[in-house]
Ligand binder design. Structure first.
Ligand code: WTA
Length: 631
């Protein structure tokens, strides 16, 4: 282990073991970055040429800020690259997907041939329900192979999937179904978590009330001995639908700029935003970053613990690794069940080489104690990764020392649903600084800037921003052009990410947290507005304001301040009822941990709730400028 103390900045640096950094796809970071800067189009064209297209592009990029078109005129299908190409090029019988559920020997394995067949069958099944190119399909499934199959089946026929994380409640599902105009919803009878089955389908039944676009609900019935009954007017059995389809299904030819998927992310103002990604640029970005950031090699077994219901799962469970022909582990299990050794047991058992997880999980591992990882052989690991929120230096050091055996590279990757792909990290081989995600990867230009878009002086807090377009960037916010433009016109015509960050003298970026009204709870993006409207929909609540409160384990917890309508009195009973109300409307991930009843909420003269005043009071900090505060 090489380590040096930098006295001026008091920053530690670590160099990954020479072995880990040898023969990487990226080679020398600085050289690769310069190649990109010298000729961005040539750089991206070089990557795109690795992939299969039915027609190549006429031009790489057309950029009329804020509108980008990438690989203009190019055509193809992402599932050809994920499936057919592997089947035809020597990976036919290679394992594509290993699924591990709770309990002993509860696994399912798909080779590339089998995954290809399953996707084609389901794609044909969807077609038989009248789903075609451009139609939207909402996928609300637990982490089972069918979730991956359904996503790929949509992509195969040009249908646009919108995956909803399995932990959301009916109001959240409803908003996403209605927002996307889904024609079909794919769900399951239940999910499994810590030994319990959690019913799902009834949430969809509630969610499709007043959702007139929905024609069919496809239900995966995991319980086969006493299967739940289907309402046959509308509901179709997943397996029956699959069995009816042929295992041949040609790829729909997609234009590079045809939409591939919509993924909702929490908005800072009211409703969640439907982030729209298109086929060509997203495919190139996902392929490039998976290969180069994780340095994926042919023999690797790769595990990204994210749910495909989030962008991390889209890009780094499904599309990226399958395009590389990798063996991907997907698991419905949790880190602490049946005991705190579960993840390490899986890494040992499957010989995982690349392990990509989240700071909230890492902090949980730390709390559970070193004795758990110490019991297992983790020597297969080669690359560690983190995503979702800042990986604080203590957690970084623990991950490096205990899981990385004080030698493995850690890629702390900063990116967003909107960016579609990794943007900032420390490429393997570069010195690593705990607490700093790293630098822009070759292909992107991320900076820390002031309100005018000028570089913030090193060491000072500024806005995280992107100066140049990149292929996997979102193309728009569904039905909300104005919101899309806001990303690009708030600070000097560069992309405003909504995060605060600091850049040091070496150009390393430390992400501090959100600058807007999003709270990241256990790595999940929760919009204050969504929780507030859920609270206000309760009959006792007049007004609500929600803040994030730092928490050693979850990163943040949600605290809600609530004023009550006349005739309702504060009580412990009511607190519980409100928490329960949020749980059933938005889902357990959005539940407030604390509720405080207040007589009034601090507001601006124009009537906007000043959350930062509540937050400052809660944390004992200076609330800053209060000139707009109403008496
Ligand atoms: C945060 C997840 C610090 C950030 C891929 C960003 C991070 C938001 C990191 C996007 C990181 C993500 N370090 N913060 N490595 N990665 N974030 O859309 O606030 O679910 O804007 O995408 O997560 O969350 P999203």
């Amino acid at each position: 282990m090489a380590e040096e103390q930098h006295l001026i900045t008091d920053q530690r640096r670590y160099y990954p073991d020479a072995e880990a950094a040898r023969d990487t796809w990226i080679g020398d970071y600085a050289t690769a970055y310069e190649e990109y800067r010298n000729s961005p189009d040539k750089f991206w064209e070089g990557i795109a040429n690795d992939l299969h297209w039915t027609r190549k592009w006429d031009r790489v990029l057309e950029w009329n800020n804020p509108d980008a078109r990438w690989f203009i005129g190019a055509k193809g299908n992402i599932t050809y690259n994920c499936l057919d190409r592997n089947v035809f090029n020597g990976r036919r019988n290679k394992v594509a997907l290993i699924w591990k559920g709770e309990g002993e020997e509860n696994e399912r394995i798909y080779t590339y041939r089998q995954l290809h067949a399953a996707v084609c069958k389901f794609a044909n099944g969807l077609k038989s329900l009248g789903v075609g190119k451009g139609d939207r399909v909402c996928i609300y499934l637990p982490m089972v192979p069918e979730q991956v199959i359904a996503m790929l089946a949509c992509a195969r026929i040009g249908a646009v999937h919108t995956v909803v994380f399995g932990g959301f409640g009916s109001a959240a599902i409803h908003a996403r179904i209605v927002g996307s105009g889904a024609k079909v919803v794919v769900t399951a009878d239940h999910s499994v978590r810590r030994g319990k089955t959690i019913p799902l389908k009834h949430l969809v039944e509630e969610a499709i009330i007043d959702a007139p676009t929905v024609e069919y609900v496809v239900v995966l019935r995991r319980e086969t001995e006493h299967p739940i009954e289907l309402h046959r007017e509308m509901e179709v059995d997943f397996d029956e639908l699959m069995a009816s389809g042929s295992r041949r299904c040609p790829c729909e030819e997609m234009d590079a700029e045809d939409p591939l998927f919509i993924l909702y992310t929490s908005g800072s103002t009211g409703a969640p935003k439907g982030i729209v990604h298109t086929f060509g640029g997203y495919m190139v970005g996902a392929y490039y970053t998976t290969k180069y950031v994780f340095d994926v090699k042919e023999q690797d077994t790769y595990w990204c613990s994210a749910d495909p219901g989030w962008i991390t799962g889209h890009t780094y469970v499904v599309y990226g690794p399958l395009m590389l022909g990798t063996t991907v582990l997907v698991s419905e299990t949790t880190p602490d069940y049946p005991d705190a050794g579960n993840y390490w047991d899986m890494i040992e058992e499957y010989g995982v080489n690349i392990f990509y997880t989240a700071p909230t999980a890492i902090r949980m591992f730390i709390k559970m104690g070193d004795e758990w990882p110490d019991r297992y052989d983790l020597s297969s690991l080669r690359v560690l990764g983190s995503v979702g929120e800042p990986l604080n230096p203590e957690a970084w050091e623990w991950f490096y020392r205990v899981i990385g055996n004080s030698k493995l590279p850690i890629v702390d990757t900063w990116w967003q649903t909107e960016t579609g792909m990794h943007m900032v990290t420390t490429m393997i081989g570069e010195p690593m600084k705990p607490g700093f995600a790293g630098k822009s990867i070759p292909g992107v230009v991320v900076d820390v800037v002031n309100g005018e878009g000028e570089p913030a002086p090193p060491g000072t807090v500024g806005f995280l921003a992107v100066r140049e377009p990149w292929p996997a960037m979102m193309r728009t916010v569904l039905d909300n052009r104005e919101l899309y433009e806001k990303y690009w016109n708030t600070i000097g015509n560069i992309y405003k990410a909504g995060d605060l960050a600091i850049k040091d003298e070496d150009g390393y970026i430390m992400v501090i947290g959100r600058s807007d009204d999003l709270i990241i709870v256990s790595g999940h993006n929760i919009g204050t507005a969504e929780v507030e409207s859920a609270l206000v929909s309760h009959k006792a609540v007049a007004e609500a304001a929600v803040i994030g409160k730092p928490d050693p384990l979850k990163g943040n917890i949600i605290k809600a301040f609530v004023t009550l309508k006349v005739g309702h009195e504060p009580s412990e009973r009511l607190k519980k009822e409100l928490i329960y109300h949020v749980r059933i409307t938005l889902g357990p991930i959005a539940m407030p941990s604390e509720i405080e009843f207040a007589d009034t909420l601090p507001k601006t003269r124009s009537g906007k709730i000043m959350r930062r005043v509540l937050k400052a009071r809660e944390l004992g900090m200076d609330p800053g400028d209060l000139s707009t505060l109403e008496e």
